[in-house]
Write a protein that binds this ligand. Structure first.
Ligand code: C2E
Ligand code: CA
Ligand code: CA
Length: 685
């Protein structure tokens, strides 16, 4: 059974009180009986003494009265005797108290021998003795009666009772009160304080007097202090980035929420800057994580040093930092901060004896202009940062609504694209590659089209960059490649045995075992790898050079040919042409547009000559006019693609085109042959 200490102590005090009470009342009764028997004894003594003296004194019936003085003396000596009577039968011979003139009823004297002295005194009215005397040798008996003085006896006994009440009633109560008081002050209250302290960890109670309680109090204090310290440490750890010592994402969210609330009240604006290192992955991969880690630490310190102490710096991912600049007087000042950070970060540094160069991209969004909540502010700064990245290294970019629209559009396209692949809304169109010398179709470039149920025909410029950005190009590219292979196999069966060119995105080449994957698809579709041409852009050659070189080499080993697309728009370094095994070059459309200007012509001619030297076929793209054709022919370019011959068309149309064009070519060549036959009369080859 559970009880409170108070109740427990109350019970103990009650038991104590009851125990003491019964002990004392026992003692009281004992005491009363003792007093009673002393009183009774004195009276008995007086009775027997008087009866003896009277027996001696009384000698005749008549001299009884002369003993009155004796009776008086006894009564005055013993307060408990009210009267003494000498009685014979029912006659009162002598009474020293005139109140008693008759003999009291005899039975009131006959108190049983077993009765207690107290009962004898309280219930009886007196004592009875005998006086014997002889008159001429004849024995006479008289009764000697002592009447109790009840008032005197009561007084004496009540006196005892009062004394008892005082000593045995009040004192225990007093003691109990003292015990209760001490208990309350020394045990009950301290315990209650301890309980409160344990519950609410409010103010620690001051030291207690009882050693045991004090030990509990101080150990509780110690434990709470330790727990508090541990809690603080956990709290700190939960919001600190361990590596850099900067605030982490949790702390950032908390700070940003607070700052937004504050800024809303005070109508302040602030800037949130998303900083991402440009080539951190390369450094990490090339030099190892320990160097990457140290670099991050150095950068954390550098940023902290540049911004003001009340600006907020946090690391929220591998090489991503978020900086909140709270007070700036002008945009110039903010730009100055960004510039200082970017310049400082891009300084060459030596980490563990390795020279390390790193640059950073920064995206900036403002509260409240660009977002009024944590998520949108961070998202928008992130979007701006991506835009900065697109501009190249060490750039910054401010968030704009247009940027956001682009991103939202990309998100929508992404969703729709994934569904479109399942719903088979994609289709490959084919654009002929034409031999400039005879106008025959010698190849087909597969170009993707999206027949959207909702938006009609969508051109690749709208969705391919999005797919490249988010990686969907890998899945889509596989479908494109497979479809192109199937087409190639089908055409081959139909006698159109021309190579089909497929565009590859940079991202696809990074796929593991890419050559293997393509080779398997070719086998499954029964296409001829020698009739599959892969178009890559210059960027492929520039990024991840070693890996890409290996991939391209193994692709060629599998039998594929490789073309360099959009040549001239990228880095146009001629040196890599020697390194990379390329089968053909495609001159970008923009140069064809400028063929009649000096620059354009010079470029086209250089490429054509280069192709000749390196034994690489050259294809001109975007050829639309007769003049362009004439120019290319005169420059001895091999092939062209362009609206001049045909726009990209569905496979069926392409077949028709192929047949009509190549038949015409066949015709003219046979005509030419027959006319030659005529002129050279009979020489048959
Ligand atoms: P690209 O590989 O340079 O493709 C040539 C683009 O030029 C095609 O646009 C084609 O329709 C267009 N074109 C051809 N001749 C002429 C002409 O005489 N005048 C003009 N003004 N344009 C001409 P398209 O089909 O819209 O493709 C655009 C780009 O989208 C392609 O550029 C390519 O980079 C990408 N793309 C298209 N299909 C695929 C694909 O299946 N996979 C990948 N990865 N990218 C693709
Ligand atoms: Ca192409
Ligand atoms: Ca191209």
């Amino acid at each position: 059974m559970r009880t409170t200490i108070q109740r427990f102590v109350a019970i103990i005090l009650f038991i104590l009180f009851a125990g003491l009470y019964s002990l004392f009342s026992h003692y009281f009764f004992l005491q009363r009986e003792e007093t009673s028997s002393i009183i009774l004894d004195t009276m008995n003594d007086d009775l027997s003494e008087l009866s003896y003296i009277l027996s001696k004194t009384v000698t005749s019936h008549t001299n009884i009265r002369s003993t009155r003085a004796m009776l008086d003396r006894v009564v005055s000596n013993n307060h408990f005797i009210d009267a003494i009577m000498i009685v014979r039968g029912d006659d009162v011979l002598l009474s020293n108290n005139p109140q008693y003139k008759t003999v009291p009823p005899r039975h009131e004297f006959y108190i049983s021998e077993d009765e207690s002295a107290y009962n004898v005194l309280k219930r009886g009215i007196g004592l009875e003795g005998v006086v014997r005397y002889y008159v001429s040798d004849e024995l006479y008996l008289l009764d000697l009666i002592f009447i109790f003085d009840q008032d005197e006896i009561d007084m004496r006994l009540t006196q005892d009772q009062t004394y008892f009440m005082v000593s045995f009633g009040v004192i225990p109560l007093l003691l109990i009160a003292i015990v209760a008081y001490l208990f309350r002050n020394y045990i009950s209250r301290p315990l209650e304080k301890l309980r409160q302290f344990a519950y609410y960890q409010s103010v620690a109670p001051s030291a207690f007097n009882l050693k045991e309680l004090e030990a509990i109090r101080s150990s509780m204090l110690q434990t709470f202090n330790r727990l508090e310290a541990e809690k603080n440490e956990l709290y700190r750890m939960a919001r600190t980035d361990e590596l850099s010592g900067l605030a982490n994402r949790n702390a950032l969210n908390e700070y940003l929420n607070r700052l937004i609330a504050e800024s809303l009240r005070n109508r302040n604006e602030f800037a949130i800057m998303f900083l991402d290192l440009d080539n951190f992955k390369l450094i990490n991969d090339a030099l190892g994580h320990h160097i990457g880690d140290e670099l991050l630490q150095e950068i954390a310190v550098a940023i902290k040093e540049i911004v003001r102490s009340n600006d907020f710096v946090s690391r929220i991912g591998g090489d991503e930092f978020l900086i909140i600049v709270n007070h700036y007087s002008s945009l110039q000042e903010l730009l100055h901060v960004i510039d200082r950070i970017q310049t400082h970060l891009s300084l060459p540094r030596i980490i563990q004896n390795h020279p390390v160069n790193v640059t950073s991209s920064v995206g900036i969004a403002f509260y409240p202009k660009d977002g009024s909540d944590t998520v949108s502010l961070m998202q928008h700064a992130d979007i701006a940062m991506y835009e900065a990245k697109k501009k190249g290294r060490s750039q910054y970019h401010f968030y704009t609504e247009e940027l956001n629209e682009q991103v939202l559009k990309a998100v929508n396209i992404d969703k729709a694209m994934r569904a479109a692949l399942i719903d088979e809304e994609f289709e490959l169109y084919y654009q002929p590659k034409v031999d400039l010398q005879n106008g025959a179709i010698v190849g087909a470039e597969a170009l993707i089209r999206w027949n959207s149920k909702n938006d009609g025909m969508i051109f690749p410029d709208e969705f391919i960059p999005v797919a490249e950005d988010n990686g969907f190009i890998v899945a889509l590219g596989r479908w494109i490649f497979e479809t192109a292979c199937k087409q190639q196999a089908k055409w081959k069966r139909k006698g159109i045995n021309i190579p089909v060119s497929v565009n590859l995105a940079t991202r696809q080449l990074l796929e593991k075992n890419f050559a293997e994957v393509l080779s398997n698809i070719v086998k499954e579709t029964r296409a001829d790898p020698k009739k599959i041409d892969l178009e890559i852009t210059e960027y492929v050659l520039f990024e991840n050079t070693d890996q890409n070189l290996l991939t391209i080499k193994s692709l060629r080993e599998k039998g594929f040919s490789v073309s360099l697309d959009d040549f001239g728009t990228g880095y146009s370094s001629l040196s890599y042409l020697k390194q990379f095994p390329i089968d053909s070059l495609k001159i970008d459309k923009s140069f064809l547009n400028d063929f009649d200007k000096e620059n354009g012509a010079a470029f086209i001619e250089t490429i054509i000559n280069l192709g000749k030297t390196l034994d690489i076929a050259v294809v001109a793209e975007g050829v639309e006019t007769e003049e362009q054709i004439e120019y290319l022919k005169s420059s001895r370019c091999h092939y062209y693609q362009g609206y001049y011959c045909s726009r990209p068309v569905p496979a069926g149309k392409f077949e028709n085109l192929y047949h009509s064009l190549n038949l015409a070519v066949l015709d003219t060549s046979t005509k030419r042959k027959s006319s030659r036959k005529k002129s050279s009369s009979g020489s048959i080859r």
